[in-house]
Design a protein around this ligand. Structure first.
Ligand code: F0G
Length: 446
């Protein structure tokens, strides 16, 4: 059931085919280099790109810009307590700021961090502390077609084998990312979360939940985990998050805001340590790199994110987009996740080898054909790993309508019809740090 109507309209344009061709070449066949004005339907990310509600915009006007003791911070603190169940909040400019504050506090050189799957900024922050990020996805997480309900889960089996290998004393941190962005946005069950809590206790580690998409995750839990069929979204969220010692949050996702993030915990000692680090890197602890109006909008957004109608609209909307693509014959990762549909570029362009970057070729064709921007998450973004060739079409919250998604599905179907003419790509320049090359590298058709 649709839960919103439009109050503010933003004009968008589909540039001519000729302009799209030129824009793509000028961008070095890397859509991060495109001007956003040249993009018609922008599915690059669901981060900070959503539409705020009228209540959030009203909060923006009331934002308290005081350097210390801002009333807007009190509103954020009470929203985090009511919605997520934590009493202590350290605000940050966005999610990766929260990662720096928390992981910088918890990790030292030579440590190992376990995560169901590290998102790229998480991996980079763990590595930045001299620690080793190790992924523990469940078996079948990279299987594109199994209809399992919780492919995002954390594998205890894998985690135990890492601990056996390196010793528990080297593993001070266990993270569960809900939903699991780097595993096609798949959800994590509450039962799995309980078991991760027990495991963290066994090895005496701190258990952190990356809660960026906690509300979408709670929506899946209600639909797929029998114990929670009758529970409210916010009850599920508090139950699941409550197993963690601390959470990191990007307000740009399920905070329904354009900026912001935070660390939250009930642990007073951890709170104090995080607060001190946040003063160094983020700002005074009642604004943390956000303006007061951003804090105020985030406080309202967090409450809206657990409204039943919002979550149903969100999950059903992404599902409907996936159905449009499947009906048009476009191969996708199933079941679809909470914030995006992931295309199976390997199946879409089977004539291209992984060293010709089929995912990036598909990203370029979607832009060339229909002005659609997605992101490659395959051998271009993850060099030297054995991942499926995926393209993520992320869905900004409360932003696009059915007609936009129909346009994307038609565009993708047209690309697949002409697949024989789609050329592979080669990299012409890349940064020294290959791990983040997909943001800035240039390519050209081979
Ligand atoms: N953790 C997860 C699971 C994320 O998906 C992101 C961001 C972050 C942390 C960092 O948050 O962007 O506010 O600093 N994901 C965005 C994406 C960028 O497109 O998936 P941030």
């Amino acid at each position: 059931m649709v839960a919103y109507k439009t109050k503010v309209a933003e004009r968008i344009h589909l540039p001519s085919r000729d302009r799209r061709e030129r824009a793509l070449a000028e961008a070095g066949y890397n859509v991060f280099n495109l001007d956003a004005e040249d993009v018609f339907v922008d599915l690059l990310t669901d981060s900070g790109t959503g539409a705020m509600s009228d209540a959030q915009w009203a909060a923006v006007m009331r934002g308290d810009e005081s350097y210390a003791g801002s009333r807007s911070f009190d509103e954020l603190e009470s929203a985090v307590r009511d919605v997520m169940g934590f009493s202590r909040v350290v605000p940050t400019h966005q999610g990766r700021g929260a990662e720096n504050v928390l992981y910088g506090t918890l990790l030292s050189e030579g440590d190992v961090a376990l995560n169901n799957t590290h998102f790229d900024t998480t991996r980079a922050h763990v590595a930045n502390q001299g620690a080793d990020p190790v992924d523990c996805p469940v078996e079948g997480a990279h299987d594109l077609a199994t209809d399992e309900p919780f492919k995002g889960n954390f594998s205890l089996e894998r985690a135990r084998s890492v601990v056996d290998e390196v010793g528990a004393e080297r593993v001070p941190l266990v993270i569960s990312t809900i939903t699991n962005n780097s595993t096609a946005g798949q959800p994590v069950s509450v039962e799995n979360t309980r078991r991760v809590r027990d495991f963290a206790d066994e090895i005496d580690a701190t258990f952190v939940i990356d809660a960026c998409r906690f509300a979408e995750n709670a929506g899946f839990v209600r639909r797929r985990e029998d114990e929670f069929t009758d529970a409210d979204i916010d009850e599920i969220a508090r139950e699941q998050l409550g197993y963690a010692d601390a959470i990191v949050m990007s307000g740009k996702k399920d905070g329904l805001a354009n900026a912001g993030g935070f660390v939250a915990t009930d642990d007073e000692a951890l709170f104090e340590r995080c607060k001190q680090r946040a003063i160094l890197y983020e700002g005074f602890p009642t604004y943390g790199g956000m303006s007061g109006r951003d804090v105020a909008a985030l406080a309202v957004g967090l409450r809206e994110a657990v409204e039943e109608a919002y979550v149903a609209d969100r999950i059903d909307g992404v599902r409907a987009f996936a159905d449009l693509l499947e009906d048009a014959g476009v191969p996708i990762y199933t079941p679809p996740g909470g914030h995006a549909v992931y295309l199976d570029a390997g199946a879409a362009l089977p004539h291209l080898d992984s060293d010709e970057f089929p995912g990036q070729a598909l990203v370029c064709e979607l832009y060339r054909e229909g002005g659609v921007r997605g992101v490659e998450l395959g051998s271009f973004a993850f060099p030297d790993t054995d991942r499926p060739e995926l393209v993520r079409l992320a869905v900004p919250r409360r932003t696009y309508h059915t007609e936009h998604f129909e346009h994307v599905a038609e565009t993708a179907a047209t690309v697949i019809e002409k697949r024989e003419s789609v050329a592979g790509l080669e990299i012409t320049s890349e940064p020294e740090n290959r791990e983040l090359r997909h943001f800035t590298a240039d390519l050209e058709p081979v």
